[in-house]
Design a protein around this ligand. Structure first.
Ligand SMILES: [Zn+2]
Length: 497
C-alpha cells in the first residue's frame, strides 16, 4: 500500500499563523499540534451543522419533488448548487458556466394499450394496468408466447443458448453486485419480457439515451396486484399474450454541475482531484396514494451538501493540486451522470488523480446499528485514498473504517465506479450503507445527524486537502488481484499523456 508522505520543505502552514480563528488558547495549542502531526498541510475549519441543515432541507424539500432525472426539481437543485459555488468563489469550468449539459433522448412509458395475460391450460389470468410497472422500452407484441420459469439463483450458471420470450423470474436476489446485469443478460438469449416476482429491481419508467446510444435490455415488468404472483407460481406450463406500446421519445437536457478550485502549485495545478456526489434521487410515484415524494435527504442530498461545504471550507485555502467539485445527475438511473462525465471529461481524464465520492453522509442510524463518529469507504483497500482520510480523521476525531462485509460489494454501487472503470483511483465515503427509509418516502431531512455530518464533512475537506498537497498522485493497490483490471485501465490512461 502507498504510504502517506508529506514533504517537510513545504510552505508555512496557514493554520499556525492565521488570525481568522477565534479560538481559545487550548484550541490554538491543539491546532498547532495538529499542524505538526499533519506535516505542512493546513488545518481545515469546522463545518457548520446549521449550514448543512439548510442545504439538505432545501434539496430534500417537497418543492423539488424528489429530484428525478430529468425533472424541474433536478434543474432547480442544479441551479442551487451553482449558486453555492458562487457563494464560495468556486470557479465555473465549462464555457464560463457551472453546467456540463448532456443532451439526451428521454423515453417514457406509454400506458395506453396495455395488455398482459397468462394462460394455464383452460385458465386465463388478465393482469390489470393499475398496479403494473415496466421500463421504457420498444413496442412489444406477443401472442400465446412460451413462458419459462426461472429462479434468480439459477442465473449465475444458466448456460442454455436460448430462452423463451417471456421469463418469470423469482427472487430472492442473492449476492451483492451485478444483479441487473445477470437479469439483462437474458435478453441476449432471446427474452423479450421478464416478469419479476419478489425481485425489487428498479424499473426505469423513464430511460435516457446519450450520443445516439440506446440500452437494449429486455422489458422488465412487475405488479403488486393481489393474486397474480400466487397464480403464476402455482401454474403449470404457461403461455403469455403481451401488448406494450413503444415508449415516447423527447429531446431534453440534463446537467452535471461542475466547479473548480484552481491549484496553487505551478507543477501540480494541472492535476485534478474530483470531489463528487449525485444530486438526483427517485422523484415521485404518481400512482402511490398519500406522500408519494421520494425526498432523498440522506441519499444523496447529504453527500451533495458535504461536497458543497467541502468546496466552501477549501475555497479560502491554497491546495497545490486543482480540485473539481462535481454534482452528478442520474445516479439512481444507473450512474448516468458520472458515466457521461467520464466519457466527456471537462479536463483530460489522465490529469485526474482521484475521485472521492460522497454518499449518505448524514444519517447515523445504520441498519447494522448506530454509526456515530465514523465513516466507511467502499473498496477500502483498492486504492491508497484511505490513508489520507485516516490521517484527516485523526486530526478531526473521526474514525475511518472498513466495513468488512460491505466495503467491496458497494464499490460498484455509486458514481466512483464510472471513474474507476476509466482507471482513476476512486472510492465512495458514506456514514451508513443500509438504513431505515433507504429508497423510501420517509428519507426526510429531519432524520439526519447534522453534528456528526459536520465532523464527517470537515474530515472530507481535510482528507481532500491532504490528497491535493501530496507529492505523489493517488494509486491503485499494486498488491491486490481484485483491482488488476483497474490498474490496467490506469496504465492505458497514463499512455494518453
Ligand atoms: Zn445515492
Amino acid at each position: 500500500m502507498g504510504m502517506l508522505r508529506l514533504t517537510p520543505e513545504t510552505r508555512v502552514p496557514m493554520c499556525c499563523t492565521a488570525s481568522e480563528y477565534t479560538v481559545s488558547m487550548y484550541a490554538k495549542w491543539l491546532i498547532a499540534l495538529l499542524c505538526l502531526s499533519l506535516g505542512a498541510t493546513d488545518v481545515v475549519k469546522e463545518a457548520d451543522p446549521k449550514v448543512l441543515t439548510a442545504i439538505v432541507s432545501f434539496l430534500a424539500s417537497d418543492a423539488l419533488e424528489g429530484r428525478d432525472t430529468p425533472s424541474t426539481g433536478l434543474t432547480v437543485a442544479g441551479e442551487y448548487i451553482a449558486s453555492e459555488f458562487r457563494r464560495s468563489g468556486i470557479r465555473p469550468v465549462v464555457d464560463g458556466t457551472y453546467f456540463q449539459d448532456a443532451h439526451a433522448v428521454v423515453r417514457r412509458v406509454v400506458r395506453e394499450g396495455f395488455e398482459l395475460s397468462f394462460r394455464d391450460g383452460e385458465k386465463t389470468l388478465n393482469v390489470g394496468l393499475e398496479k403494473a410497472l415496466w421500463n421504457a422500452g420498444p413496442k412489444l407484441e406477443l401472442t400465446n408466447a412460451a413462458v419459462r420459469k426461472l429462479a434468480f439463483a439459477d442465473l449465475k450458471d444458466f448456460s442454455a443458448a436460448s430462452v423463451e420470450p417471456v421469463v418469470l423470474l423469482s427472487g430472492p436476489v442473492t449476492g451483492a453486485g451485478g444483479a441487473l446485469q445477470l437479469i439483462n443478460g437474458l435478453a441476449a438469449k432471446g427474452a423479450k419480457l421478464i416478469v419479476l416476482l419478489g425481485i425489487p429491481a428498479p424499473l426505469a419508467q423513464v430511460g435516457l439515451e446519450f450520443d445516439g446510444k440506446s440500452d437494449s435490455g429486455p422489458v422488465l415488468f412487475r405488479t403488486t396486484e393481489g393474486g397474480v404472483e400466487e397464480f403464476l407460481k402455482a401454474a403449470g406450463p404457461l403461455t403469455a399474450t403481451v401488448k406494450l406500446a413503444e415508449a415516447s421519445r423527447k429531446a431534453e437536457t440534463v446537467r452535471n454541475v461542475v466547479g473548480l478550485l484552481p491549484g496553487s502549485d505551478p507543477k501540480l495545478r494541472d492535476e485534478y482531484l474530483v470531489v463528487s456526489a449525485h444530486y438526483d434521487h427517485l422523484g415521485t410515484r404518481a400512482h402511490e396514494a398519500g406522500d408519494n415524494i421520494y425526498n432523498g435527504a440522506n441519499d444523496d442530498a447529504s453527500g451533495t451538501a458535504s461536497m458543497i461545504e467541502t468546496a466552501h471550507l477549501l475555497a479560502g485555502m491554497k491546495p497545490r493540486r486543482s480540485i473539481l467539485f462535481v454534482a452528478f445527475f442520474g445516479e439512481e438511473k444507473g450512474l448516468l451522470g458520472s458515466k457521461y462525465f467520464a466519457e466527456h471529461p471537462v479536463v483530460p481524464l489522465w490529469r485526474i488523480v482521484a475521485d472521492l465520492n460522497l454518499e449518505q453522509t448524514g444519517r447515523t442510524d445504520s441498519s447494522e446499528g448506530p454509526n456515530i463518529g465514523m465513516a466507511n469507504l467502499t473498496g477500502y483497500d483498492f486504492t491508497d485514498i484511505h490513508s489520507y482520510l485516516e490521517a484527516a480523521g485523526k486530526s478531526t476525531g473521526l474514525k475511518i473504517v472498513k466495513n468488512e462485509r460491505l466495503s467491496d460489494p458497494y464499490f460498484m454501487a455509486s458514481d466512483n465506479a464510472a471513474l474507476a472503470a476509466a482507471g482513476i483511483p476512486a472510492t465512495t465515503l458514506s456514514v451508513t450503507y443500509a438504513y431505515p427509509d433507504y429508497h423510501q418516502r420517509g428519507d426526510h431531512w429531519d432524520k439526519i445527524d447534522y453534528l456528526n455530518m459536520a465532523k464527517v464533512t470537515q474530515t472530507v475537506a481535510q482528507g481532500v486537502l491532504l490528497m491535493a498537497d501530496a507529492p505523489e498522485p493517488m494509486r491503485w493497490n499494486p498488491d491486490s488481484d481484485r483491482v488488476k483490471g483497474y490498474r490496467l485501465a490506469a496504465e492505458k490512461l497514463r499512455q494518453m499523456k
